[in-house]
Write a protein that binds this ligand. Structure first.
Ligand SMILES: [Zn+2]
Length: 114
């Protein structure tokens, strides 16, 4: 039985705005998301406060979404510091195929929905 599914890989990048950055963000700093892994390039740091605001959105951005879902259209995340001008852009890159059995010991869902 085919138990394959596909997720988007993501790139999350610091974007500058016309408002100054208060935190220690550096324009162009980024990390990559592949499956459950967050990959930070060597010699790159990322604010843990910003990361805490971004993390809940990543699993949804990895998945195919309804065309009317706001989660599909909205890809700029504000820094949690209200005085900071940084934004974080989530971009879908290539897709990657995974096996259900490689991700969980639970059996495949047998219900009437996907
Ligand atoms: Zn900030």
């Amino acid at each position: 039985m085919n138990d394959k599914f596909t997720l988007y890989n993501l790139k999350v990048e610091v974007i500058a705005t016309d408002k100054p950055m208060v935190c220690n963000h550096k324009e162009g700093s980024y990390f990559i998301v592949e499956g459950e892994d967050i990959i930070f390039p060597e010699h790159n740091s990322f604010s843990m406060y910003a990361l805490s605001a971004i993390l809940p959105l990543l699993p949804a951005k990895q998945r195919v979404l309804h065309k009317n879902d706001w989660m599909l259209s909205d890809s700029l995340i504000a820094c949690p510091d209200p005085n900071c001008g940084a934004r974080f852009k989530i971009t879908r890159t290539e897709t990657k195929e995974f096996s259900h059995a490689d991700c969980t010991i639970e059996p495949l869902h047998k219900g009437d929905t996907e």
